[in-house]
Write a protein that binds this ligand. Structure first.
Ligand SMILES: Nc1ncnc2c1ncn2[C@@H]1O[C@H](COP(=O)(O)OP(=O)(O)OP(=O)(O)O)[C@@H](O)[C@H]1O
Ligand SMILES: [Mg+2]
Length: 250
């Protein structure tokens, strides 16, 4: 069962270069239930986000938004979908040739629904929400890593999405930067946005999510709460939470 607004993967298979990344993968993201996807590097976490957004097409299986199957849908249908779901990519993916303000406002500008001054107002509001309004006229090259991440979040917020996907939003940040991203996510959640995060940062995951999905060797091997994960008997989950000498690569 799923709510009318949920996002769902059903028996999804995805391979690249002859390697199975996802096999018979079932996944449910319910509105209001903030979730983190965990798994070792290369497990396929970013791939899941891209498949959910239709940026990649599965070999088989389906993605649903509510009751509507979006697998193989038209580009117009995906444009509608991407108004409801925004993504903050690993690394930010800002446009280097645009200022911070232009980066945040470009989607609204392309849509053409709002006037220039209305767009400027939204841009300022979103930049102020993430605490980087003074950077409005700077270029991405002039920003620190933490500022880039916050601008990328402001850009994702521009269309007031229902869901925001965060791909490793705290990687490379100092503890204060991590704290700020955590706080930002919590404020978004309090405002009704549902977050789906991919991260290796367990403290941020536990501070911002109620449910956890663990992916290992193309399959979901755990799905549950923080307590369930911390008491899981699954060997891979236990090793991920508490690596031992057996985890050494050498
Ligand atoms: N364009 C591509 N060509 C070939 N292999 C790819 C391509 N994109 C991803 N892969 C492979 O797919 C697998 C999953 O990649 P993905 O980026 O989803 O991993 P991830 O779990 O997000 O890893 P990380 O934690 O390092 O970001 C990796 O083994 C990667 O090498
Ligand atoms: Mg990744």
């Amino acid at each position: 069962m799923s709510g009318a607004d949920s996002i769902r993967m059903e028996k999804l298979c995805y391979s690249i270069g002859g390697r199975k990344i996802l096999e018979d993968f079932d996944f449910l993201l319910e509105r209001g239930v903030n979730r983190t996807i965990l798994g070792i590097s290369g497990a396929g976490k970013t791939t899941i986000l891209k498949l959910l957004l239709g940026l990649l097409q599965p070999n088989s299986g389906k993605v649903y938004l509510g009751d509507v199957c979006i697998t193989g849908a038209s580009e117009a249908a995906f444009m509608q979908l991407r108004k409801r779901i925004a993504i903050v990519f690993q690394g930010g993916a800002l446009f280097d040739s645009m200022t911070v303000g232009e980066n945040v406002g470009y989607r609204l500008f392309e849509e053409g629904r709002l006037s220039q001054s209305e767009i400027e107002q939204v841009v300022r509001e979103k930049l102020s929400f993430v605490g980087v309004e003074p950077a409005l006229d700077l270029y991405p090259a002039e920003l620190s890593g933490g500022m880039k991440k916050r601008v990328a979040i402001a850009r994702a917020l521009a269309a007031d999405p229902e869901y925001i996907f965060f791909d490793e939003p705290t990687t490379g940040l100092d503890p204060i930067g991590v704290y700020n991203i955590c706080n930002l996510m919590q404020r978004l959640q309090a405002g009704g946005t549902t977050t789906l995060m991919v991260t290796h940062d367990l403290a941020t995951a536990f501070a911002t999510s109620e449910r956890f999905t663990f992916i290992h060797q193309a399959r979901m091997i755990f799905d549950g709460s923080e307590t369930e994960m911390k008491t899981s008997e699954n060997a891979e989950v236990r090793e991920f939470l508490t690596p031992t000498e057996d985890s050494l690569f050498v």
